[in-house]
Write a protein that binds this ligand. Structure first.
Ligand code: PGA
Length: 248
């Protein structure tokens, strides 16, 4: 069985005091040896603080974005090597907010995944369709296209180390979640696409989009859903801990 993974995506939220409070609440609410792997992804500027506050715990750290370049004259960008240097093990790439608000193309997302893997960071590669695409029956076509760009850039060893996250755009921050059956169908599709290239027995595919305490257990019970990428609910210690507990 694959071990579940729960990732909190804090997005552009938090301050030093708020983060200290959130993490002390989270550490108090989590069991000493959680059943799932747990990761929090703060804004870049708080990574060092978060590492410090999490010292001695099993909660790991990820970033929300990374440059596709390695180093040099790229003002405002953050390199994968810097994230490793700050104690990150994971990085989210291709989140729909990056794709839609910052114009990240399928090929840029793939290059970011490559940059992460090059330094040993695990990319959490987000894919997902908009409401209009779902309503016109194009969901699998769009996700297939997003996957093809990744498959073109990553070799099979790299692919085996990557994590995918299915995040239907219409479910992100909307309170509207994909049903377990809708999510499972897309997860099975992603796993099947991967199976053509690698042994998918250990490949993790997360679901993201309005994961909450009351829907987490039924989503995580699906055979191809290996955990969650949690936005809003990860900003509340008790709620995020309860979602982690649902991964049991
Ligand atoms: P949400 O965000 O849980 O607030 O819907 C999920 C995400 O954007 O990763």
């Amino acid at each position: 069985m694959r071990r579940k993974l729960i990732v909190g995506n804090w997005k552009m939220n938090g301050s030093q005091p708020e983060i200290a409070q959130l993490l002390s609440g989270l550490l108090a609410a989590l069991p000493r040896s959680p059943f799932a792997d747990i990761v929090v992804c703060p804004p870049f500027v708080y990574l060092a603080l978060v590492r410090q506050l999490l010292a001695g715990s099993s909660v790991q750290t990820g970033a929300q974005n990374v440059s596709n370049e390695q180093k040099g004259a790229y003002t405002g960008e953050i390199a994968a090597e810097m994230l490793r240097d700050c104690g990150c093990n994971f990085v989210i790439v291709g989140h729909s907010e990056r794709r839609s608000l910052y114009g990240e193309s399928d090929s840029i997302v793939a290059l970011k995944a490559v940059a992460a893997l090059r330094v040993g960071l695990v990319p959490i590669i987000c894919v997902g369709e908009t409401l209009a695409e779902r309503e016109t029956d194009k969901a699998l076509q769009v996700i297939g296209r997003q996957l093809d760009a990744i498959f073109a850039a990553l070799d099979s060893t790299d692919l085996a180390h990557a994590i995918f996250a299915y995040e239907p755009v219409w479910a992100i921050g909307t309170g509207r979640t994909a049903t377990p059956e809708q999510a499972q169908a897309v997860h099975a599709f992603i796993r099947q696409r991967l199976a053509g290239i690698i042994d998918v027995g250990q490949s993790k595919i997360l679901y993201g989009g309005s994961v909450k305490t009351d829907n987490a257990a039924s989503l995580f019970a699906q055979p191809d859903i290996d955990g969650g990428l949690v936005g809003g609910a990860s900003l509340n210690a008790e709620e995020f801990a309860a979602i982690c507990a649902a991964a049991e």
